[in-house]
Design a protein around this ligand. Structure first.
Ligand code: PPS
Length: 286
């Protein structure tokens, strides 16, 4: 994977093998968002698949058969990939849809719809570390030799989906809308049950205690790691080199402490503070 395998659309890097420019233009301008759509939106490596599992389980009142029998990329297809877009256009409503689009590339028709958006964000230092490991197995992303090399590109936004800071700031501008809900990976970690209840409330879905228990149990790291419909082991070798590592890697918060040097962490903090100035929100990692 080299830089020639990416193209830039409106300043954002996309892997050529994943999506074509005309599809990006279609999604932004012509994709018809339905009022009953539920969107699972994240910056990459922030908990997308975890949220897909949670939403899939909630949709089925905690019954795990759907998430155990249908691959995650069919249940909640990624409309920022050619294949996922095709699937999303075929799936019957009500649809679950995932994507990593920054707000400015998201379908314009969303703004006049009642569709629901759940935006999940994660400590960007952990996002960086997760990206680093995933780039070693995901053949469509540039594989960085060292974390130091990736760090520079990440902090300047020269990675797929662009700058973490711009992505987060763009989506947080939507946070006061009734149909937008912001969640963090860390909240899911700290209190999965409470988080599931809040998501249910946002979706207008009432589950009883037993059903919530089942969502929590089946969305655990271990259950997802063992579920071949969720752990991405069925993704073709053309995309993921399964011999080199696992998508379901560690699933913890704070792994950055095992990877970043003090100097790297301080550099990160400086760039974070410069970029997040003016964002009046506290995050679990602050
Ligand atoms: S992707 O490739 O952008 O769609 O990746 P994404 O799903 O957003 O993020 C992958 C990371 O989420 C972790 N993960 C989980 N953590 C805790 N619990 C559960 N159930 C869970 N499911 C996925 C996954 O392990 C990746 O994080 P790291 O830090 O690499 O382990």
């Amino acid at each position: 994977m080299t830089s020639e395998d990416y193209f830039t659309y409106k300043g954002i890097l996309f892997p050529k093998q994943e999506i074509k420019e005309e599809a990006l233009r279609y999604v932004e301008n012509e994709f018809q968002v339905r009022d009953d759509d539920v969107f699972n939106i994240t910056y990459p490596k922030s908990g997308t698949n975890w949220m897909s599992e949670i939403l899939g389980l909630i949709r089925n009142d905690g019954d795990p058969s759907w998430v155990r029998n249908v691959p995650v990329f069919e249940r909640s297809p990624w409309i920022d990939t050619d294949q996922g877009l095709e699937t999303a256009l075929k799936n019957p409503p009500p649809r679950l849809i995932s994507c990593h689009f920054p707000f400015q590339l998201f379908p314009k028709s969303f703004l006049s719809s009642k569709a629901k958006v759940i935006y999940t964000l994660r400590n960007p230092k952990d996002v960086l570390v997760s990206h680093y490991h995933f780039s070693k197995i995901f053949k469509l992303w540039k594989n960085f030799g060292t974390l130091e090399e990736l760090l520079k590109e990440f902090l300047s936004g020269n990675v797929p989906s662009g700058s973490w800071f711009d992505h987060v700031k763009g989506w947080l501008q939507m946070k006061d809308r009734d149909n937008v809900f912001v969640m963090t990976y860390e909240e899911l970690q700290q209190d999965l049950r409470g988080s599931v209840k809040r998501i249910c409330h946002f979706l207008g879905k009432e589950l009883n205690d037993q059903q919530i228990d089942s969502v929590v149990e089946n969305a655990s790291f271990q259950k997802m790691k063992d579920n071949k419909m969720s752990n991405l082991t069925i993704v073709k070798e053309a995309y993921i080199d399964h011999k080199k590592g696992k998508f379901m890697r560690k699933g913890i918060s704070g792994d950055w402490k095992n990877h970043l040097t003090v100097a790297q962490s301080e550099l990160f903090d400086r760039v974070y503070q410069e970029n997040m100035r003016g964002v009046i929100m506290t995050f679990p990692w602050d």
